[in-house]
Write a protein that binds this ligand. Sequence first.
Ligand code: GLA
Length: 736
Amino acid sequence: MNKTLLNKIFYTLLPFGMMFTTATLKAQEHNIALGTEKTLLVMQADAQNHLHYIYQGAKPDSGSDQSVALLAKQSGSDFTGMYNSVYTSGGSRNLLEPAIAVTHADGNQSLDLQYVSHTLTNPSPDVQLLKIELKDPAYPVEVTLYYKAYYKENVIEQWSTIVHHEKDDIVLQKFASANLYLKSGSYWLRQYHGDWAKEMQPEETQLTHGIKTLDSKLGTRADLFMPSVFMVSLDKPATEDEGNVLFGALEWSGSFREDFEIDPDNNLRIISGINNYASAYHLKPGKVFETPPFVYTYSTEGKGEASRNLQSWARNYKLLDGKGSRLTLLNNWESTYFDFNEDRLKELLKNTKELGVDMFLLDDGWFGNKYPRNGDHAGLGDWQENKAKLPNGIAAIAKEADRVGVKFGIWVEPEMVNPKSALYEQHPDWVVKQANREEYYMRNQLVLDLANPKVQDFVFHTVDSLFIKDPKLAYVKWDCNSVIFNAYSPYLKQNQSQFYVDYVEGLYNVLKRLRAKYPTVPMMLCSGGGGRVDYNALQYFTEYWPSDNTEPIERIFIQWEYSYFYPAMASSNHVTDWGKEPLKFRVDVAMMGKMGFDIVVDKLSPNDLKFAKDAVQNYNALKQTIWQGDQYRLADPRENSVASIMYVDTNKSSAVMFNYLVNYRYDQGSKLPVRLKGLDPAKQYKVEEINQYPGTEAVVKSQDTYSGDFLMKVGIDPNVDAGHSSVVLKISEAGK
Ligand code: GLA
């Protein structure tokens, strides 16, 4: 170990916010530390150059009696000396869940990774990249660990690369992205499960010894039963504003696996990565295997702060066009399903204009001739306009959209095929299926073999051709309605165990090509509802579809949980006819994200139409605050009869508060003032009810101004009850 170098690197951290004294540094020359504004990660190599975590959590204040030296002493008894390994290798002295396990070219299954060197660079002023080289002393296998720290956002992304120089292929049996290590008295895992129309159902339990695994083996639409996002609270479940909590998520659009193991010393090891199920990966000598990033943030001030960390990070660094704008829209899926023609679409374009939204989005059903797409059983894969419905093609609709003065967007599901399609007949070898077994379908469809470069070309050209049909195409809704059954890639032949990984890499190849050609066109990530939402995909997409369930009370719960991990501007919330709630309630719920409509506009009553048009104008005035502001959850629908949520712009001069009744039992409603958050205590604010239904009185009267301090300490009663089931309040700095 090069002590001088390490010492130097330690010092280089100082401008980034490290706060240890020189005395501490001298005692701890072997430390590698990475800090963000509020968090600290410290690693230390032992005498054999095995690298361990000695601290991960809140950053101690300058002058505090905590020091790296003391922290190092906290390790308990450990038979292996590596419970706290930074990247646990399997098959040598390790006894716990490995992050990496390989079979060498000679069949040996042991791996021992030792520290070689590390570097720390600043890719941008707010970002530090720590790169640690490890290698096996007995076999030519090298692993590089990457830690990318985002200072202001308190977010770290972690991943690894693996390369070897053995004589023949080695097999990666396990290849995690990250191996974390937390120390606490107890650990509380908040995880999510779901199904179609039931996305993001939370469960919170105390972790016990042994391993708890969250995983998906679905391949595509991989989050259908469970997404990779989770929270781990230390000592006790974190609340919105209190407690130590880590939020994590794997940036991967396929099968994943996350193990939570409490070791014999009561420390929590978290290992997250691509699922190694049926995926032993053959790696050629000299070829680099890169794992996808695992992203996490740590907060000492509860779930609210952790969520704002992730939301800002996403807008600043990950989500496509995260600082940009979004289009409001009218979609025709629920108003027409597959039943429309050119004339009907022209009417819908006029409706779009009348409503005042930016764009008309044409959904499923516009394609297929030999097998017309008149239902979900045929036509998928045949991306030519259906001549009966659209005799003059997409071009005619696009031209009319232009004439009417609205933008035009279109639905596509390019990774999939119906067996009843010309594509399936022409290219049976492009389809994921077992030749010697009966086909099995989800929504009457199969998945195309994206491991195959020819299929990647086809998918690219499918989307590219939409822009040939309409060069001004303003938006693409990219759907993915099936999981992978009978996983078999005709292209990969003998290398089937690479299929799950190569599929996702194939998808990313296509998305990269598309983004090179169309860098900014907004695209929605949809997957039979919310079966595919992750931060790797969101580099290419501007928004996601949280769920096909648009019943507004259900949506309050679904959007609430998603909001912990993803910013509001990425959440496509459409007003539909699901549920019994009045239009006002449905619109108010859709507003707490990126608003759209999927209703029959020409059947709206005059008052409903007026209300909807006014709401679009109100939304336009507030959308910057909702999209770019800080989000605060005020009243949790799982704990109260009323859900309240607010967004405050970064200057703390404009805010909006949404309040919804979620319990329709007798006499339920807001009984007490709800305390606001995130305002400037010294500023004076005007509170005004907006989105009132025509002919109704405001239930919150606009009156004198209130100080931010008053609104945050005493609060304001939104007066939500069965008669006023949703109330939207605009809060603006007085005089502005
Ligand atoms: C999926 C999507 C819907 C709609 C249909 C079209 O279910 O989630 O929004 O686009 O496909 O078939």
